[in-house]
Design a binder for this molecule. Structure first.
Ligand code: ADP
Length: 280
């Protein structure tokens, strides 16, 4: 009996970075037990700022002293390495674990971009291959203890978000990013239905690119409109997490790999993200 227990302990989690791991040997999914909160960032459409929100939300949480993992499962367009200034980094493999790339002491990152031979490589994979990669990304990364795992999913309600939610389990919460336009809001409804069908709760809706802060006068102009995300939240009973303005600096800092760190403490985008973190 004691032997069995010992073998069981040695079996699966032999490389686990957590010394007092209570799930040792209980299966591949054991590592997920070390993650307190799983947030899956979804959007109905591409280009609404989902990766920007995922990266900056992870940084905002890490800045608050939380231990955070940022997982980029956007297989065809992994943009997290660029936004986080980690282009060119490669993830190490310590069998059977994939070692995430450290952004700072509180934040570790995994992206397919860290596994490709070079940053311009195009990935032409069909569903099953993508599914098994996502499974590995979720179950075989040596995250250690995490307060938050933030997952940047490809847009839509297809194979990848489905795999992510199914593998993470029903305690994973979706955070839906939208822009204020009606076409984007329509897609959010589909994302909400998708979460209902898969059985995962929605933590809330974020309206990105909501109003433009004029760099000259500081006035707010509603280029894409605003308030649709809030209206939808009211209508569906889902929490409204907040609005992030359309801002030149956040776009530039994302391109430059500096993300939120380039923004001053009182910058409107930083303030918006901090409010979102509080509401989460
Ligand atoms: P998605 O992941 O939804 O495809 P991205 O996060 O890649 O979208 O963002 C698309 C583009 O929009 C990027 O160039 C990004 O810098 C820019 N962007 C995102 N959010 C904002 C914002 N609030 N203000 C200005 N530009 C933004």
């Amino acid at each position: 009996m004691a032997d069995n227990k010992e073998n069981k302990q040695e079996n699966k989690c032999s490389s686990c970075t957590i010394s007092d791991c209570k799930s040792r040997g209980s299966g591949d999914k054991a590592c997920l037990d070390h993650i307190k909160n799983k947030l899956v960032i979804l959007s109905g459409k591409g280009g609404v700022g989902k990766s920007t929100v995922a990266a900056n939300l992870a940084i905002a949480l890490a800045e608050k002293g939380k231990s955070v993992g940022l997982l980029d499962v956007d297989v065809h367009g992994p943009s997290i390495p660029r936004i986080m200034g980690l282009r060119g980094k490669r993830a190490k493999i310590k069998e059977p674990w994939l070692i995430p790339v450290k952004w700072n002491d509180n934040l570790k990152v995994i992206s397919l971009g860290f596994l490709l031979p070079d940053d311009n490589e195009a990935v032409i994979w069909r569903g099953p291959v993508k599914g098994s990669l996502i499974k590995q990304f979720i179950e075989e990364v040596a995250w250690g203890n995490l307060d938050y795992l933030v997952v940047d999913c490809p847009p839509g309600t297809g194979d990848e978000p489905l795999s992510v939610l199914q593998i993470l389990g029903n305690d994973a919460k979706a955070v839906i990013v939208t822009t204020p336009q009606a076409v984007s809001i329509d897609d959010v409804r589909r994302s909400i239905t998708f979460c209902e069908k898969v059985g995962n709760p929605v933590a809330g809706i974020i309206e990105n690119m909501s109003g433009f802060v004029c760099p000259t006068c500081g006035d707010m102009v509603d280029i894409f409109g605003s308030g649709n995300g809030q209206n939808l939240a009211r209508e569906t009973g889902i929490k409204y997490l907040g609005a992030i303005p359309l801002d030149r600096e956040i776009a530039q800092s994302g391109d430059a790999g500096k993300a939120l760190t380039a923004l001053s403490p009182d910058h409107p985008v930083r303030k918006a993200l901090n409010e979102i973190v509080e509401r989460l």
